[in-house]
Every structure is written in structure tokens, then in C-alpha cells.
Design a protein around this ligand. Structure first.
Ligand code: ADP
Ligand code: MG
Length: 555
């Protein structure tokens, strides 16, 4: 790009090949790209949402209706579209649910903004109005939220998160399990409830049926004992956790040892054997009766361990060792040499048990009662995966509901309440932001609209009915869509309940990204570097993306 200054030579400011779009054109492109992402996931919203079949470049297939899974799988190129995908990821890490909602809201906020831009409302005014509206929206939601202290309420939250997921008739059983698991790991710190879902170990095992999924008060390690003559059960376990191998150390550099007579050969072998025996002797002397080794174990060590009656697993994942450490109070040590008595963890029992065809190790009655595992079962790998995903969502939402102690009704109820209350708020604010707040209010209606549309109901009709119900007297803020009858119903009674945080977070991050996209008036995109020989050619922009905006990154 070149600018000419009077008579002199043009000054080259940007590198050749750089593409630049400004003002309305840049805004239009960005908004279109972001909306394309929202449109792509909108049809999956709600329990009646459709699934998407995603085929990657290697031909692998994923079938899902999970917003964040879809967005992670598809390769998005447009920078503004990428910003929207980030919203879904944030929503997922913060709440574990509401990903589709957040993206759909972002798309709708931008659609409403486009109308205002056409009427020459300045983007900054729109962004400010949206910010005000989002702040007010959070206040309104907090007002209509209800307590979620009871187990029953938590269970209903779990059930809602699992609707539409293929978990068969086991939704209730899995919900009970999720609540039980979360309650046993919840901690009180400085008067606050903290739930770290990572404390629950979910182990998937194909085989059996979903009904065989079980909750274990302890840790399940997907490893069997390494020697058939080791004990099947060890009571009052004293557990060593070793992050290296139980083998004779191999030298780092290649070394040659020349042995000239049979006697020294024997001495050499004896020496090796001694070293291995000493490792086991050391364990014995410390009183350890179970050992988990991250790397390999020598055949001879296995033999000595079995002889000493010590239960052992090898090739244990590093993350599992960390979990074992937390559960049993033991320390993970680098080698047997440095192991001391105080490094040993304790558990009431270490046992090998068969789950389907395969044996696993159960460490139960741990020092830390917050060690919990769930073994997910199901007929095929696809089923197990889907159940694992559904259970994960359920654990997350129950955790969030437990931490905050607040939930809201779902099924479009909170969004309609927001649409109405924010419209009132808009007129109280007045000024130039009023239009933007009104647009924000209207954007909220997209959620009940899409829920109705995806269930094959008439969205216009339903949104009107819902608005009427929300102006009524009784239970007005809880009136959402009963997708079976197509009529408004009290969602608290219909058991469609979500954590408050899922809604507030979705609104906050959708508002933030819409504001960010609106404020961009200049896109300067460097020329894509050609990939070397043999590398893939730069792919053209995907469908729905405006032409000329297919850069995979800005600058
Ligand atoms: P997200 O990724 O946003 O969580 P979902 O596909 O899980 O998307 O849909 C969530 C929406 O579906 C929420 O608005 C929720 O209130 C609504 N919903 C869930 N279950 C029901 C139900 N049984 N009836 C009506 N709406 C429901
Ligand atoms: Mg959901």
C-alpha cells in the first residue's frame, strides 16, 4: 500500500500484499463472520436441537450437539469469527455449560447492532449501551434467581444439563451420582464453598451398560497388578509412589565393559541382582505393602515384590500418581533411594477388581475422603464417550450451583424477563444509549426464539405468549417454554433449572465480544506466508465468510 506525499516518491507503509479494509466495510465483514459462527450452532440449542456431524480432514467423524465441541472441531479462519469461538471456550471453562447460548447471544447482539449502524448510530455508543444493559441484566438475573441449597435442586440442575444428551433412561441415576460426587468433594474455605471438579476421577471403560456406571469412594487406577502372585487385596495399605523406574539404571552414554573371566561375569550379574533386590528390601523395611511406579519394573523386581507380598502397578500415568498423592497423603518420589517412611501414603485397602474383561486397581478408604472416582460404562465407545461428556457437564453445573448457591429457571424464561425489564430500563436511561439498550433487550429474545424454532414450534407466537405470561402475576419470571405442549409453563416446576452463573457469564462474554468487534474500524491483514513445498496450500475461506477476509490471523 502506498501513499504519495506531494511530488515526492510514495512512501511504502505496509508490506506488499497486505490487505486493508476500513470503516463500514471492515465492520460489515467482521459482523458477518461472527454471525456466521452463531448461525452455525443455533440449530443445536436446547433439548430438541439437532446434532452436527463433523468430518475432519482425516475423515474422522464426530456427532455432537455440544456448542463448544463443534466450534473446537471446525477450523475457523476469520479473525472476528475466532473471537466468537473464544467466547464459547471461556464459557466452557467458567461454567461447563451455556456455550451455545453465549455464541448465539453474541451473534444476535451484532445483528441488532447492524441495524443501528445502518441508522448511523456510532459504534462506540452501541458498545457503551450494550455494556450498561449487560450490567443491568446481571442485576435483574440476581433478583429472579432462587436458592439451590437442597440436594433436590442440585439434582434438577444436573438433569437439565443432561437433557438432549444420549444417556438413555439413566439421566436420573447419573444426576444422583453427580450430586453425591460433588457434595463429597466440596470444601469450605473462608466461609466460601469451593468445588474442584478435577478431584473427581472419571474413568471410562467400554462394556456393560450405562446402568453399570458406578461411584467409588476412592481412586480407581486403570492398571492391573503386574505379577499374578502378588496379593489381590492389601489391607491397611502403606503406599509408595515412585516417578521413575524400578530397574537397574542404564548409563546415559554408551559404555563397554570388558569381562575376561566367568567369575567376574558372575560378580557383575550378582551386583545387578543385588541392586534390584535392595530396592524391594528398602520398600519392605519401610513397611510399604503397595507401590505405584510411573515407569517400568524389571522382571526380577516383580518377582521379589511378589515374594515380599507387595502389590505393585507399573506405567501409572503421572496425573494418576498426583491424584494418588492427594488421596493417600503420600509423596511422589524420584527414586526408591530417596524414599522415606513419611513419604508413604495410606489407604484402608488396595484391591484388584475386574471391570468387564479388564482388571483395575481400586484404592479405597483413602486418608483424604475427598478422593472420588466414577467408572463410566456403556455398550460401545461412542456411548461411553457421550455419557462421559454428559456426566462432565452435569458435574460442572452442579459444582457451579453449589458454589454460588443460586439458580435460575431455564427454557427461555430469564431471557424473556430480561427483554421486558431491559426495555423499561432503556427508557429510564434515555439519551443516545437508549437505542442500544433497546436493541440489547430485543437480542435476548433469540434464546426462546431458537428453542421454539428447533422444536418445530412457531417462534413468533411463542415469544408473544411468553411475554404475556411474564407480565402476569404468578411465577412470572419463571415462565418458559414447555417444548412438548408448546405453551408457556413454570420452568421451576418443569425441572428446567440452570446455575445463575451460566446465564450471567453468557451475557457478559457475549457483550464483551460484540463490543470488541464493533469497535474495530480498520483491519490490516498481512499476506499469508506461502507454505513450503509439500505443505498444504492456504485454504480458501469457509462458506459464509466474506471474500477477501480469509486470513488466518491479523498482522
Ligand atoms: P448450551 O450450550 O447453551 O448449554 P443447550 O443445547 O444445552 O445449549 O441448551 C440450553 C438451553 O436449553 C437453555 O436455555 C435451557 O434452559 C434450555 N432447556 C434445557 N432443557 C429444557 C427443557 N426441558 N425445556 C425447555 N428448555 C430447556
Ligand atoms: Mg447445555
Amino acid at each position: 500500500m502506498a501513499y504519495s506525499l506531494g511530488q515526492s516518491q510514495p512512501i511504502i507503509v505496509l508490506r506488499e500484499g497486505t490487505e486493508r479494509t476500513k470503516n463500514k466495510e471492515a465492520q460489515g465483514n467482521n459482523i458477518q463472520a461472527a454471525r456466521a459462527i452463531a448461525d452455525a450452532v443455533r440449530s443445536t440449542l436446547g433439548p430438541k436441537g439437532m446434532d452436527k456431524m463433523l468430518v475432519d480432514s482425516l475423515g474422522d467423524v464426530v456427532i455432537t450437539n455440544d456448542g463448544v465441541t463443534i466450534l473446537k472441531e471446525i477450523e475457523v479462519q476469520h479473525p472476528a469469527a475466532k473471537m466468537v469461538v473464544e467466547v464459547a471456550k471461556t464459557q466452557d471453562t467458567e461454567c461447563g455449560d451455556g456455550t451455545t447460548t453465549s455464541v448465539v447471544l453474541a451473534g444476535e447482539l451484532l445483528k441488532q447492532a447492524e441495524k443501528l449502524l445502518d441508522h448511523n448510530v456510532h459504534p462506540t455508543i452501541i458498545a457503551n449501551g450494550y455494556k450498561l444493559a449487560a450490567l443491568e441484566a446481571v442485576k435483574i438475573l440476581e433478583k429472579i434467581a432462587v436458592d439451590s441449597k437442597t440436594d433436590d435442586m442440585l439434582k434438577r440442575v444436573a438433569m437439565t444439563a443432561m437433557t438432549g444428551k444420549s444417556v438413555g433412561d439413566q439421566r436420573e441415576m447419573l444426576s444422583d451420582m453427580a450430586v453425591k460426587a460433588i457434595k463429597s468433594i466440596a470444601e469450605k474455605r473462608d466461609g466460601k464453598t469451593i468445588v474442584d471438579v478435577d478431584n473427581i476421577k472419571v474413568e471410562a471403560k467400554t462394556g456393560g451398560s450405562i446402568a453399570d456406571t458406578e461411584l467409588i469412594n476412592g481412586l480407581v487406577i486403570d492398571k492391573e497388578k503386574i505379577h499374578p502372585r502378588m496379593p489381590k487385596v492389601v489391607k491397611n495399605a502403606k503406599i509408595a509412589l515412585i516417578s521413575s523406574a524400578m530397574e537397574v539404571k542404564k548409563t546415559e552414554v554408551e559404555a563397554k565393559i570388558q569381562i575376561r573371566d566367568p567369575a567376574s561375569m558372575q560378580r557383575f550379574l550378582d551386583e545387578e541382582e543385588n541392586q534390584l533386590r535392595e530396592m524391594v528390601e528398602k520398600l519392605k523395611s519401610l513397611g510399604a505393602n503397595a507401590v505405584f511406579v510411573q515407569k517400568g519394573t524389571d522382571d526380577l523386581v516383580q518377582h521379589y515384590l511378589a515374594k515380599a507380598g507387595i502389590y505393585a502397578c507399573r506405567r501409572v500415568r503421572e496425573s494418576d500418581l498426583a491424584k494418588l498423592s492427594k488421596a493417600t497423603g503420600g509423596n511422589v518420589v524420584g527414586s526408591i533411594d530417596s524414599l522415606t517412611k513419611s513419604d508413604l501414603g495410606v489407604a484402608e485397602q488396595v484391591e484388584e477388581k475386574k471391570i468387564g474383561e479388564e482388571a483395575m486397581t481400586f484404592v479405597t478408604g483413602c486418608k483424604n475422603p475427598k478422593a472420588i472416582s466414577i467408572i463410566v460404562r456403556g455398550g460401545t465407545e461412542h456411548v461411553v464417550d457421550e455419557v462421559e461428556r454428559a456426566l462432565h457437564d452435569a458435574l460442572r453445573v452442579v459444582g457451579v450451583a453449589m458454589e454460588d448457591g443460586k439458580v435460575v429457571a431455564g427454557g427461555g424464561a430469564p431471557e424473556i424477563e430480561l427483554a421486558l425489564r431491559l426495555a423499561d430500563y432503556a427508557s429510564s436511561v434515555g439519551g443516545r444509549e437508549q437505542l442500544a439498550i433497546e436493541a440489547f433487550a430485543e437480542a435476548m429474545e433469540i434464546i426462546p426464539w431458537a428453542l421454539a424454532e428447533n422444536a418445530g414450534l412457531d417462534p413468533i407466537d411463542l415469544v408473544i405468549k411468553l411475554k404475556t405470561a411474564h407480565e402476569g402475576e404468578e411465577n412470572a419470571p419463571y415462565m418458559g417454554i414447555d417444548l412438548e405442549s408448546g405453551e408457556p409453563a413454570n420452568m421451576l416446576e418443569a425441572n428446567v433449572i440452570e446455575p445463575l452463573r451460566v446465564k450471567t457469564q453468557a451475557i457478559e462474554s457475549a457483550t464483551e465480544v460484540a463490543g470488541m468487534i464493533l469497535r474495530i474500524d480498520d483491519v490490516i491483514a498481512s499476506k499469508k506466508m506461502p507454505t513450503g513445498p509439500g505443505g498444504a496450500a492456504p485454504t480458501p475461506p469457509k462458506g459464509g465468510m466474506p471474500p477477501g477476509m480469509g486470513m488466518s490471523g491479523m498482522m
